[in-house]
Design a protein around this ligand. Sequence first.
Ligand SMILES: [Zn+2]
Length: 467
Amino acid sequence: MAADTVSLDTLTAFAKRRGFIFPGSELYGGVPGLYDYGPYGVELARNIRAAWWRAMVQEDERIVGIDSAIVTHPKVWEASGHVAGFSDPLVECKACGARARADHLLEGVGVAADERMSVEELNERFNAHRAEIACPSCGARDFTAVRMVNLLVQTNLGNFSDEWRKEPAYLRGETCQGIYLNFKNVLDTTRVKVPFGIAQIGKAFRNEISPRQFIFRKREFEQMEMQFFVHPDDEMRFFEEWRARRWEFYRTLGFREESLRWHEHENLVFYAKAAWDIEFRFPFGFKELEGIHARGDYDLTQHQKYSGQKLEYFDAATGERYVPHVVETSVGLDRLFFAVLTEFYDEDVMGGETRVVLRVPYALAPVKAAVFPLLKNKPALVAKAREIFNTLKGHLMCEFDDNGNIGKRYRRQDEIGTPYCVTVDFETLEGSEKDTVTVRVRDTGAQRRVPLNRLVAALTEEAPHRG
Ligand SMILES: [Zn+2]
């Protein structure tokens, strides 16, 4: 299957050509690490968010959602450790000035390294392999020493002096801090009891040194995070529950078993009990898609310390008072979007012609049904197709298309993953098949006639999305 081998270049070109992803500020030459979602991209992204929210907030009564502000009190990022320690190792090419991540360059020559290593450790490894490491831009082998640079994006909010850099505000580096900030509010205003979760979807920002690999590593990105608050004794039990649940989420979305794998972190931050990633097979190999972490009570105790406010849970049944431990699940919307395109992009041959088909499950499809008049120049067909489209659009996302021949319209809809195409022909208007239309299925090309009074039902049923 082509989905096994789709290249990054093919996917990037496809995403732009069909209006899924545009390079950010392209009019001005683009900005690394910034991308915009186009008309079909925004629909697919909305459907991905909805699938995640449904699995978390709708289907699990223990979980509630919030939407916290992007800018917080600056102290939040001191408490979280981001001001002091949220950094990546930078080296600069002395020949051309190109900047790169030391850990990525080391990995490139087969040396294990990651951003959690100390700067001394990284320099030691980098120095030992300097002769092998060439600049990705110019090929020179002459780099500066490794230094750590902070990834938080600074901003100014409500500080009208020229000195605002001395006390900057920050665009959030992760969404979960907003969840910790509202732990007490949620506890005090809803009926949640430990164990319970708070879910959030929202933008986060990181000054990535070298954003690359399409939308895999963006400077402005979107996270879908859930913090599950548990009794300290139950942390690992719930960690295992969430590992299983999150794996199942991807399988339910239609990801193949062989596209996913587990990766256990060996180099844990000091407070973490366990950290596992679900990795997805991107066009450049298996990389992190989602992280599932047992974080202990680190985050809440840090905020207790910095805010001076108690962040405890009182168990009325046992009389016990404690700071809950946290199991976190965290996935990037943009990465999942990238994974969906990679997983479901396919090329096959139908009717003797090669076609591109996005085999996304129904729930994720940007457009659920397209409505065509068989011929553009027959007013009666166009009027009837318009009438059907106007009825359908109140029920599902659909599109009207009368451009080019029917074959071309099918190809266009196959490319964007539309599960059903509805064609209004002369039989729809009169004769024994009056008030029926042709419904054609994306994956198989199979066609059947459906009476108009059953059309909405026929187009909302979930069709198997893999042939
Ligand atoms: Zn260079």
